[in-house]
Design a protein around this ligand. Structure first.
Ligand SMILES: Nc1ncnc2c1ncn2[C@@H]1O[C@H](COP(=O)(O)OP(=O)(O)OP(=O)(O)O)[C@@H](O)[C@H]1O
Ligand SMILES: [Mg+2]
Length: 476
């Protein structure tokens, strides 16, 4: 299940590479031998295109990609080596096998130096070529799979993995977009489980540093006396247990992004060193005086009130300003209830896929209950609740009874909140108007102020909602 599977396993589950017949491009100016080879390769199960000149091959390569190219080395005009060079520039994962009638050691060496997969001398047995073709295709498939996996990893942290249409989340997206192409220091603020780490990864994986490391370190999880060496590394003998030189996380992240989580827990004396690193872009390992130059982007996050900590003298004011160049604030989920339904469906979809079960649905009441609940553990709590509910529910529809009792109860409280009739009686029209007003107000809050969404929640159409709001003297 989610919590027990590492990221690469999840990726492996998600990856289902389309398996297709390999496309081979055959280039030979001798039409007869080209035809014969093309036939043999076709019988061996490959799709083959043929060209009789280097020029035509280059033109075709501009329009179409191939997994493997088999080319005669000596062609009139554009030679096999020219094609090899062009292919390696345009699509390095494509393998090239060169064939020639007059073998010379130099051309063979040149071909291999330019990145040919193999070099075969005529005459040759087709079986020998077939073997090399299979090996070359296996290699190019591996390269492609590798690229695919890397793209998938990046896509996981593209914006479409951050769900939210509420105004608060739209502001977060706008801000992320503004900062991705800069090296600005960003402080991500928000309660536990609101998505701080997700935002940090989105910034890194959408930034020009995305191919360099993203290293996250939780300042709260490492004992204060070890944190300095963890971050900055040490040299042998710097302290009793320093038996050899060891680089720290800052060095490991060089060129990329470092994410200091729970920055509020950083000890004061280390805050000083961090400030210097940010100002001077250099530091020394513990126990060494050799300066190491850094090129790093720093992101940090906290769920603590850093301003309060500054006032209390537990956090350096100068460092606070340095870290907080651009703040990104993630509000608690209960302040963006309009996102709850979207998030619930997103997690349901994701978790059903991970558990290899057909997509389940949430009935209207269970959705209302989730929208009414306060989610003290924010988005993480919702993800966990949905994971548990999917695992424990047999049917295809999730109802209030399948949800943890606290959440199921949230809905019933709203539904049963009705006025009590006393012996003095009640103005029924007034009481009903009050209930209507409250319901509309709640629906508008849940629907992030969008009337169509509020009308859906109340199962009336939008025009009726607007008429009722006019009649009840509510602000439109
Ligand atoms: N807007 C969102 N859309 C989709 N998933 C989200 C969203 N926000 C958070 N999550 C998911 O919720 C979980 C918690 O998010 P994350 O770890 O980023 O929170 P956090 O703020 O760093 O929490 P903590 O303070 O406890 O470390 C993660 O699995 C994350 O993918
Ligand atoms: Mg976190």
């Amino acid at each position: 299940m989610l919590g027990y599977v590492n990221e690469m396993t999840l990726l492996a589950l998600e990856v289902s590479m389309p398996q297709q017949v390999a496309q081979i491009l055959l280039i030979d100016d001798e039409q007869e031998s080209c035809k014969a080879l093309s036939l043999l390769l076709g019988r061996a199960g490959y799709r083959v295109n043929s060209c009789h000149s280097g020029e035509k091959a280059l033109a075709l390569l501009k329009k179409q990609s191939f997994e493997l190219i088999i080319s005669d080395l000596f062609l009139p005009g554009v030679s096999g080596i020219d094609i090899l060079k062009q292919v390696k520039e345009d699509s390095p994962q494509t393998c090239v096998i060169l064939i020639t009638g007059n073998a010379s050691a130099e051309t063979a060496v040149e071909a291999m130096k330019e990145g040919a997969f193999d070099y075969i001398t005529k005459p040759f047995h087709f079986e020998r070529l077939k073997l090399q073709v299979a090996k070359a295709l296996e290699k190019s498939q591996l390269v492609i799979e590798n690229q695919y996996l890397r793209q998938q990893l990046h896509r996981r942290y593209k914006f479409d993995n951050i769900v939210g249409t509420s105004q608060a989340m739209q502001q977060v997206f706008t801000r992320i977009e503004k900062v991705i192409n800069t090296d600005s220091t960003i402080l991500i603020l928000g309660a536990s489980g609101t998505g701080k780490e997700l935002v940090a990864k989105a910034i890194h994986f959408n930034s020009p540093r995305s191919n360099k490391p993203f290293i996250a370190i939780n300042c709260g999880a490492i004992p204060a006396d070890l944190l300095e060496s963890e971050l900055f590394g040490h040299v042998k003998g710097a302290f009793t247990s320093a038996v050899s030189d060891k680089p720290g996380k800052f060095e490991a992240a060089n060129g990329g992004t470092i994410f200091l989580d729970e920055i509020g827990n950083m000890p004061l004396q280390l805050q000083m060193k961090l400030l210097r690193v940010l100002q001077e872009h250099e530091f020394e390992r513990v126990g060494s005086s050799r300066k190491i130059i850094l090129n790093i982007r720093l992101l940090s996050a906290t769920n603590a009130d850093l301003e309060e900590q500054v006032k209390a003298g537990r956090f350096r004011e100068d460092l606070y300003y340095r870290l907080n160049v651009i703040p990104i604030v993630l509000p608690p989920l209960k302040e963006r209830r309009g996102d709850i339904e979207l998030l619930a469906r997103f997690f349901l979809n994701k978790i059903c896929k991970e558990m290899h079960r057909p997509l389940m649905t949430l009935d209207q009441e269970s959705l209302q209950a989730m929208e009414a609940y306060d989610w003290p553990g924010n988005v993480r709590e919702m993800e966990n609740v949905i994971e548990r509910t999917v695992a424990l529910t047999d049917g295809e529809t999730i109802t209030c009874n399948d949800l943890p009792p606290d959440i199921g109860k949230a809905n019933r409280e709203i539904i049963t909140a009705s006025p009590q009739l006393s012996s003095t009686g009640i103005d029924m029209n007034q009481a009903l108007a009050d209930i209507e007003r409250q319901m509309i107000q709640q629906a508008l809050t849940l629907g992030s102020g969008i009337k169509a969404r509020a009308a859906d929640l109340l199962r009336i159409n939008r025009t009726t909602l607007v008429e009722k709001m006019k009649r009840l003297d509510m602000r439109l």
